[in-house]
Design a protein around this ligand. Structure first.
Ligand SMILES: [Zn+2]
Length: 380
């Protein structure tokens, strides 16, 4: 580290960003070893949090040296990301497969109308906003659909995993990774006016498989989606805040403050529940260490969160979106392309294609039709 950078770290705003400017290819853990003391501006920035006895100066330094990954950046993921970045969690990875649409803006607090007009991937739009909120934080956007093939690569090396997913297949995959790798994660879901959350500490608490598998009846959150019964932004705010608070306890070094309950709230009726969930003695994941979602034996979904869309992502392939856009202009309608995605219409469907070969086909819920369109316009 050169002396100029070191001086900046100690005395100037954006110390961590300055270090990264000097060593852009150096891994974050290397940097954080040199970043053990807050500078004056940071002390002021986080002063109200440092005053809170549960965090204090030591807790704030731990937050600045901590890392978390958020799986899914919709309503919950947006709000949790904003809270953690403002709180000073040093490194935050955002994984999301989708792009911003006008119907997201009612509850997905990191996005605005220009993001929807541009059709930006949520991970990219979120990272831009989060960097504006707090330039101290290393924000890593990943446009990807979390699956067994990429989960170890995308989730490895973080202190905590946070749930912003919209489906249980992804949550069970995250649970498998968490239990197998010994990394805590926080489960959370919201639907309508109702939401719930539970913190999962591998080998200590019940896991999501303890809670969900082995029961006949699915919870209301599993059976419906936000596209079938809607969702209130205020319910998102309650659950995201509970999720973020548990994250702050873990990342600031205060696991003793965790509530160890499944918390659920209905903000419309005012009903709430606080349940202790015991570990299941025959749990597939946390007792028998069978990680079938992580091993890819259970296939991921192809339809998306009950909305009128199908995702095709069985094969990884590299696509040149510029070349593809030129080719499609003669055969498809409204061909638009930016650095992150290509979009075109084949009425009544619209196809959004990502550079890794993944595509989201809106206007149908029929996987056969979606696969047919994919093969016809993008190749088999
Ligand atoms: Zn379990």
């Amino acid at each position: 580290m050169n002396s100029n950078c070191w001086a900046q770290c100690i005395t100037l705003k954006s110390g961590l960003a300055a270090c990264r400017g000097a060593f852009p290819r150096v891994a974050s853990p290397f940097i954080t070893r040199y970043y053990l003391w807050m500078n004056f501006v940071q002390r002021e920035k986080y002063s109200r949090q440092i005053l809170f006895p549960g965090i204090g100066e030591e807790g704030q330094e731990k937050l600045l040296n901590s890392s978390a990954v958020i799986v899914g950046c919709g309503a919950l993921g947006s709000m949790v990301a904003s809270l953690l970045v403002r709180a000073g969690v040093g490194r935050l990875r955002i994984i999301d497969r989708d792009f911003v649409e006008p119907s997201n803006l009612q509850r997905q607090s990191l996005f605005d109308e220009s993001d929807a007009r541009e059709g930006l991937p949520k991970a990219i739009a979120a990272a831009r906003r989060l960097r504006d909120i707090n330039s101290d934080i290393l924000v890593e956007p990943h446009i990807a659909d979390l699956a067994s093939g990429n989960a170890p690569e995308l989730l490895d090396g973080f202190n905590l995993i946070l749930d912003g997913a919209d489906n249980f297949e992804t949550r069970l995959l995250v649970n498998d990774f968490s239990v197998s790798a010994g990394v805590p994660w926080i489960y959370a879901a919201v639907l309508g006016s109702y939401g719930l959350t539970m913190t999962i500490l591998p080998a200590q608490t019940a896991c999501l498989a303890c809670l969900r598998e082995g029961y006949e009846a699915a919870s209301p959150v599993e059976e419906a989606t936000c596209d079938t019964i809607g969702v209130l932004n205020a319910a998102v705010g309650v659950i995201a805040s509970l999720e973020a608070a548990e994250a702050l306890k873990i990342l600031s070094g205060h696991p003793e403050a965790l509530h160890h309950r499944l918390l659920s709230f209905d903000i419309w009726t005012g009903r709430s529940q606080f349940l202790r969930i015991p570990r299941r003695p025959d749990c597939r994941a946390c007792v028998h260490h069978q990680f079938r979602w992580l091993e890819g034996r259970d296939q991921p979904h192809v339809t998306m969160c009950g909305r009128n869309s199908v995702q095709i992502h069985e094969r990884r392939r590299q696509l040149d979106l510029v070349v593809l856009a030129d080719r499609l202009r003669g055969v498809a309608q409204d061909v638009r392309q930016n650095s992150f995605l290509l979009r075109f219409r084949v009425p009544p469907c619209e196809l959004t294609v990502f550079p890794d070969g993944r595509a989201i086909i809106t206007g149908t819920q029929d996987p056969a039709l979606a696969r047919s369109l994919y093969a016809r316009f993008l190749g088999a």
